[in-house]
Design a protein around this ligand. Structure first.
Ligand code: NAD
Ligand code: DAU
Length: 350
């Protein structure tokens, strides 16, 4: 039985990756390592928590001794590393936390892998899950490819860029079998409501204003989270060592157009008159260093490994709205307590 460590498995994307691997590969044992920060939530994995091929470990990747002990104890075959501080706005108010988890935490995992696997690197794989934000911001045309130069602008993207460089350095210097993917914006169920789509769903439902940064003309390229999880599965199993793949859905939207579509879907779901939810749109102060446009060219992944996105955006967004409306307890649990303090600091006291 193969043993794979998935870090950050209690978060948004991580929980979808854990679910896919635990259910699709009964002959793998999946160890989910997560610190359970505000973004980590074991309720995301309720449906698979009792499976015999699944173990949860609470721990911090910044703690090098703990990470080394975990690698010694579990004799891992591979790692899929998603644990990170992931929200750009939080990185602007607290950059050091992003350096600790995203950079130091990644290097701790690489060191443990180097020490444990040095006799046979080719039998073990280190898969680092990264973001398209490392490439910076695009103008009106062009797309990010795997060879686009790194040009991060936020503390979050700078920390992810740094972690990518360390992963490549450990491959080139020590021979670790490492692969990296850089994905565009994900959406779907279990997304923490600090990010644009779940925050807007939550606010529309509660008749609260929808905060749009700047002019709303910034562009993001949205991908259904389960399509990202499927891409990770394909890349983990089929990519050649040392390679990088971009993942994205060819699905660019300005923030304001996306929010209008979301309002339209929610008007129907909530039996509101058409145009009612859009009245909640409120333009607020722009994000500092706000990247204008992201767009991913994922043709390398499509051609070489045969991955294709499965869902059209409107269908995926409707499914996402349904999930949030049917999971009120999940939403009210994560928006109580600290969330309220975060929200006030981010949006009210500007
Ligand atoms: P998330 O914030 O929802 O989840 C992150 C998880 O990591 C949480 O469960 C959290 O508890 C855990 N974690 C944080 N610090 C930790 C630490 N020190 N030790 C152990 N666990 C810790 O993030 P997400 O949106 O699911 O993103 C997952 C990964 O995918 C990140 O590496 C992110 O950079 C990358 N990514 C995200 C997106 C996106 O659109 N969300 C797109 C591309 C890439
Ligand atoms: O591109 C991949 C990245 O996508 C991931 O690496 C990050 O982890 C993930 O958080 C996401 O980053 P973004 O900054 O693009 O996502 P966010 O949902 O925070 O914002 C999406 C867009 O919406 C962005 O242009 C900022 C804008 N926005 C966001 C919030 C939270 C608003 O206008 N208002 C808001 O309240």
């Amino acid at each position: 039985m193969k043993k794979i460590l998935i870090t950050g498995g209690a978060g948004f994307i991580g929980s979808h990756v854990v679910r896919l691997f635990v259910t699709k590969y009964p002959n793998y044992h999946i160890v989910n390592l997560d610190k359970l920060t505000y973004a980590g939530n074991l309720a995301n994995l309720k449906d698979i928590q009792d499976k015999p091929n699944y173990t949860f470990v609470k721990g911090d990747i910044v703690d090098a001794d703990f990470v080394n002990e975990l690698f010694t104890l579990h004799k891992l075959d591979g790692v899929i590393h998603l644990a990170a501080e992931s929200h750009v706005d939080r990185s602007i108010s607290n950059p050091l936390e992003f350096v600790m988890t995203n950079v130091i935490g990644t290097v701790n995992l690489l060191n443990a892998a180097k020490n444990q696997w040095k006799e046979n690197f080719s039998a073990h794989r280190f898969y680092h899950v990264s973001t398209d934000e490392v490439y910076g911001s695009l103008g009106e045309t062009g797309m990010f490819t795997e060879t686009t130069a790194y040009d991060p602008h936020s503390p979050y993207s700078a920390s992810k860029a740094s972690s990518d460089h360390f992963v490549r350095a450990y491959h080139d210097t020590y021979g670790i079998d490492a692969v990296i993917s850089n994905c565009s914006n994900n959406y779907g169920s279990h997304h923490f409501p600090e990010k644009l789509i779940p925050l807007s769903i939550h606010n529309i439902k509660n008749n609260k204003s929808i905060p749009i940064y700047g002019t709303g003309e910034n562009i993001r390229d949205w991908l259904w989270v389960e399509d990202h999880a499927r891409a990770i599965d394909v890349i983990y199993h089929q990519a050649k060592t040392g390679t990088t793949y971009n993942i994205g859905g060819h699905n660019e939207w300005t923030n304001i157009d996306l929010i209008h579509l979301l309002c339209k879907i929610m008007d129907k779901k909530l039996n509101r008159a058409e145009g009612e939810s859009a009245k909640l749109i409120t333009y607020v102060k722009d994000r500092a260093g706000h990247d204008h446009r992201y767009a991913i060219d994922s043709s390398k992944l499509q051609k070489e490994l045969g991955w294709v996105p499965s869902l059209q955006f409107e269908e995926g967004l409707t499914k996402t709205v349904d999930w949030y409306l049917n999971n009120e307890a999940w939403l009210s649990n994560v928006t109580s307590g600290d969330y309220k303090k975060y929200y006030e600091t981010q949006y009210v006291k500007r």
